[in-house]
Design a protein around this ligand. Sequence first.
Ligand code: AGP
Length: 615
Amino acid sequence: MCGIVGYIGKKEAYPIILNGLKRLEYRGYDSAGIALFDGSDIQLCKTQGKVADLEAKAEKNISLKGSLGIGHTRWATHGVPNDINSHPHYSNSGDLVIIHNGIIENYASIKKELINRGYTFTSDTDTEVLVNLIEEVKKQENVKLGKAVQIALNQVVGAYAIALFDKNKPDEIVVAKLGSPLAIGIGDDEFFVASDASPFIEFTKNAIYLEDQEMAIIRRDRDVKVRKIKDDKLVTPYVQELQLNLEQIEKGGYDHFMLKEIYEQPSVIKDTYRGRLLANEGIVRLGGLEDHIKRFINADRIIIVACGTSWHAGLVAEYIFEDLVRVPVEVEYASEFRYRNPIITEKDVVIAISQSGETADTLAAIKLAKEKGAFVYGVCNVVGSTISRETHSGTYTHAGPEIGVASTKAFTTQITVLTMMALRLAKSKGTLSQSDYMLHLRELDMIPAKVEEALQSDENIKEISKVFKDAANFLYLGRGYNFPVALEGALKLKEISYIHAEGYPAAEMKHGPIALIDEQMPVVVIAINNNHYEKVVSNIQEIKSRAGKIIAVVSEGDTTVKEMADYVMEVPVTPETLSPLVTTIPLQLLSYHIAVMLGRDVDQPRNLAKSVTVE
Ligand code: AGP
């Protein structure tokens, strides 16, 4: 998830683009770049770091003149954050320059073909491959830039929002969209392009939001021609008048980044398995894992190290790996593991899970495991982060920047990656029947739609939150795969509402916590229809008999628990192994609404940091 900005008009483009990039920095902040046309040539400057670093470098190194330009703030997916991989990227001739937000899945095969035709590449990015493909088409077909873009985009698979221009035709910008957002601002004799309207809201309230599979040729002092990428057909664009203010735009119209990130889960789970899960072909392919399958399969055990919410994702993975791959798994708090003098051998595989990739305790646990000869695999969300560099190999979640301190979409994308890893390993180890394997792939492919459905209970959950917002304590109960989800639900409530909450395996109640139950104690029970159902029903009866208030997460169509519980939050029916991906959604929303109703600073809760880089 990067931020892209472009301008063509009468004003100086530099200040507009720079300010626009600052507005979009919440979308990605590991490198930034700008390309301006100064009337005779392209002035390009890019750097690893924040937009402020770009500003400092550009003002020293390039002419800032010109009324045509494009700019980019990056959230790396392909190629670590550094100057070379930053955008914009030139084509080999230097005539074309492009910025891109998204992932080109088949870039490796296109790159190979272009290298055979004599093209060279300076970066590791999929974007540099795309601009050279456009250049090659333009040359071979002898067509204008717009047509070349249309033809080239029909050869790529993936998601993109792109903007590019040709220094030989500096009176137009060409843009295109599939899967990533792109807005065009219609000003007086000037045009803006951006990932959202925040870069141009103060200049114009008239905007066109391109639809998927659409492209536009924006010509200086003239117009915007929108076309379908598939068949080049002209489209009459809908120009809407913007109602949102700046802050609202950055949060996508949501009141908080946390709520926005909760609602982003269907698309980021899809982004996380894009090009990795081909359910119909029965393929799971994780670049970082392929060369180490044997190491995992022959491992004595898998040790998972992490902190906080990532540790809860690790607990879910314990159930998945032991169930599907039949390998012993231990889940360790990184902070304890690093000082416990644990027994680790080179026959062990360690999986380190971290959203930020900078958590000090997890980093130290990695270093210790490596010293003792274990193979260390990372599951991270930040490309190029310290943990991604320290581990021997790994897989990135593609959750995009997670701004809210309370982790939500990182949790579900971590579970998505860990599930794909387990399925890939089970396939090679033969610990899963072909029919079960295919069933899991198809079910995983349906998860984004099921999460979308679970989000539709939001209003109902808001009503439940009103009832319990003044509770002094909460208990969360789950069994099997949903015990970690109970822990995660309790953590979410604690960290943003400041209400004391504890998660427990439901059966553990009788061994102590049941003493806490009375009519003041709300108990959230994950009671979905799976092989623990009957046991959970009797746990609910035990709580009811002590007057506890039951808020139950139930499967669609459930009747039994519905009659017993005081309140229910429904989720779509999902196989046990994948159920944490949907059961966690109502718990995220419950904690969010209660915290908002208590007037908490939901995105920046007290005493907490997004990344704990000190021990
Ligand atoms: C979760 O909502 C918290 N922000 C916190 O527990 C977090 O999960 C923990 O600090 C681990 O962070 P990491 O995933 O970036 O390593």
